[in-house]
Design a protein around this ligand. Structure first.
Ligand SMILES: NC(=O)c1ccc[n+]([C@@H]2O[C@H](COP(=O)([O-])OP(=O)(O)OC[C@H]3O[C@@H](n4cnc5c(N)ncnc54)[C@H](OP(=O)(O)O)[C@@H]3O)[C@@H](O)[C@H]2O)c1
Length: 310
């Protein structure tokens, strides 16, 4: 099978497509014939060595997949031919951008039937991050005022829609050229994070999803008892303590694979409440170009690699 691998740490140019043996489904696993694989900022961090999740190269980065079950191991609750999507093996397993992936069945779910594989692959890591913050940790409720930062990005564009699907009033931060896109996701207000100091415009919020390490500034706009979801400072115990001392709740999220949550997300997708946005769809062979775009850091929605027909 074709798989993207790297023999050294570095920029996008270290990525190469090679031939490798096909994995097989172990106990409780399925083998997925992958049709699409999405990129996330964490992939670039591992590729470059900033985040050494996979040790020393050679290794294969990438975890978001959508495809078709080709083989079912003992005790795995899927059937051959099922269309599935998920985040298998994250963060320490090696799945890679590859034609096949072995996946623990509790780390995947049936793919939303209304989406292509490319769209479904765009969901798992980003949607689970938003879900684990907004739904599981903050338990966002109808009428609550929620701030979504980096709202045009992978996590943000899904977070806006997940918060709206739960009845929240959503205020979003994004660069001016992306405001129309973010309003189209359902955001009630959009502020330009480059020209406006949101701490001067906002206050008394119920929930902030901080995808930008705003730290104290995010804390300042929360009401007493409000929830600060942090996905960049989630391991900062000192900051977490400061949030608690200020009478707010700290919810640090390090995203985890979660089949049941992916099922709930798929239901919302098929009900027309969430739609992932794929801004760049590239063939596997263009993985270096895809990572150059990822490194620019201004992605709208998601960048996805295709592996054959959709
Ligand atoms: N803890 C976890 O489990 C977890 C999970 C997922 C992601 N993350 C982290 O969360 C962050 C967001 O992830 P993502 O997948 O949404 O990223 P992404 O898709 O790459 O985010 C792209 C968006 O970020 C905005 N942006 C870029 N530079 C910015 C800046 N200086 N200030 C404000 N906005 C800026 C851009 O919008 P504009 O052009 O409008 O500025 C762009 O649309 C990343 O750092 C990622 O590593 C953590």
């Amino acid at each position: 099978m074709r798989i993207v691998t790297q023999r050294s740490l570095g920029g996008p140019e270290v990525l190469e497509v090679v031939e490798a043996g096909k994995p097989s489904a172990g106990s409780g696993e399925v083998l997925i014939r992958v049709r699409a694989a999405a990129l996330n900022p964490v992939d670039a961090s591992v590729r470059s060595g900033r985040l050494p999740l996979l040790g020393e190269p050679p290794f294969s980065i990438g975890w978001d997949v959508s495809g078709v079950v080709e083989q079912v191991g003992p005790g795995a609750g899927f059937a051959v031919g099922d269309e599935v999507y998920g985040l298998p093996g994250f963060p320490f397993g090696q799945v890679g951008y590859a034609e096949y992936a072995a996946a623990a069945s509790q780390q995947i779910a049936r793919k939303p039937s209304s989406l292509s594989h490319a769209e479904a692959a765009a969901l798992p890591l980003a949607a689970l991050t938003a879900w684990q913050g907004l739904v599981k940790a903050a338990e966002v409720k109808p009428g609550q005022r929620v701030l979504i930062t980096r709202a045009a990005g992978g996590v943000g564009h899904l977070a806006v829609q997940i918060a709206k699907a739960h009845g929240a009033y959503v205020i979003a931060l994004a660069g001016q050229p992306k405001h129309e896109f973010v309003r189209g996701l359902g955001a009630d207000e959009v502020l330009d994070h480059y020209s406006v100091d949101f701490t001067e415009k906002l206050g008394d919020l119920d929930v902030v999803l901080d995808a930008n390490a705003y730290g104290e500034r995010a804390l300042r706009v929360l009401r007493p008892g409000g929830v600060l979801i942090s996905i960049l400072q989630h391991r900062d115990a000192e900051f977490a303590q400061r949030v608690q001392d200020a009478g707010r709740r700290f919810a640090g999220v390090g995203v985890e694979p979660d089949g049941p949550a992916l099922e709930a997300i798929a239901e919302l997708v098929d009900a027309g409440k969430i739609r992932p946005h794929v801004s760049r769809l590239l063939p596997l062979e263009d993985v270096t170009r895809a990572h150059q775009l990822l490194d620019e850091g201004s992605t709208v929605g998601k960048i996805v690699l295709t592996l054959g027909e959709d």
